[in-house]
Write a protein that binds this ligand. Structure first.
Ligand SMILES: NC(=O)c1ccc[n+]([C@@H]2O[C@H](COP(=O)([O-])OP(=O)(O)OC[C@H]3O[C@@H](n4cnc5c(N)ncnc54)[C@H](OP(=O)(O)O)[C@@H]3O)[C@@H](O)[C@H]2O)c1
Length: 199
């Protein structure tokens, strides 16, 4: 398969690459990294990315920003970071990409653990993650040409503990290899409309 991987250079992106690049051709995408440059926050750059890559068999996103901060200090603008970037960025990747994925292909997005196992200061992420779960459930029943769509919702990755660990005291980390395999299940398997939990 030819697979677009937005966020390939990140912690989750590398786990996905390690798993899928054994069997498939990966087109790595980032704002400042990868084979093709695109920004999830800018729909026209996503359209330019698809024009450049041509037809693909799967699209995977392992990118999306959210703001962390105490609920009592959250501003509307800070909530909108997650809603615009992590939620609408990944939704736009699907909306702009539907005609560029071959029949029976798939989209796989990334959410995260915080809408089921919250931490302090994580409300922005929890909100974005819940929205993405709703999106794939709703979208799956209307996808044309046998296209499938899922979202992978991992716990904190082992390789990310140093960066995010201060928010996650007491949480078990998830081996990166298991996270990679969840994406393989979505891309290479038959499931659709699912939140694939890895914890
Ligand atoms: N790491 C974890 O333990 C974990 C667990 C659960 C959920 N998550 C979620 O998974 C997502 C990825 O996390 P991560 O830790 O793997 O991130 P990361 O290590 O910071 O990597 C993010 C990757 O995405 C690219 N990227 C960032 N913003 C982008 C944009 N607007 N458009 C296109 N590419 C973009 C970056 O490359 P450029 O800088 O070149 O754009 C980079 O390759 C986040 O939404 C995070 O909340 C992470």
């Amino acid at each position: 398969m030819r697979i677009i991987l937005v966020g390939a250079d990140g912690d989750i992106g590398r786990a996905v690459c390690n798993e899928l690049s054994i069997r498939h051709q990966i087109i790595k995408v980032g704002r400042k990294s990868g084979d093709v440059r695109a920004d999830l926050a800018d729909r026209s750059s996503l359209e330019a990315m698809y024009a450049r890559t041509g037809k693909v068999d799967a699209v995977v996103s392992t990118a999306g920003a959210v703001h962390f901060g105490p609920l009592t200090e959250f501003t509307e603008e800070q909530f909108m970071i997650g809603l615009n970037n992590k939620v609408m960025g990944q939704i736009n990747l699907v909306l702009a990409g539907m005609n560029h994925v071959s029949d029976g292909g798939s989209f796989t997005l990334t959410s995260g653990v915080l809408d089921r196992d919250p931490v302090r200061e994580g409300t922005g992420a929890a909100t974005a993650n819940g929205a993405l779960g709703g999106f794939v459930v709703g979208a799956a029943i209307e996808m044309p040409r046998g296209l499938r769509i899922n979202v992978v919702s991992p716990g904190l990755l082992d390789v990310s503990r140093e960066r995010y660990g201060k928010y996650f005291h007491g949480h078990e980390t998830v081996p990166s290899e298991r996270v990679g395999r969840a994406f393989a299940k979505s891309v290479e398997g038959a499931v659709t409309g699912k939140v694939l939990i890895v914890e």
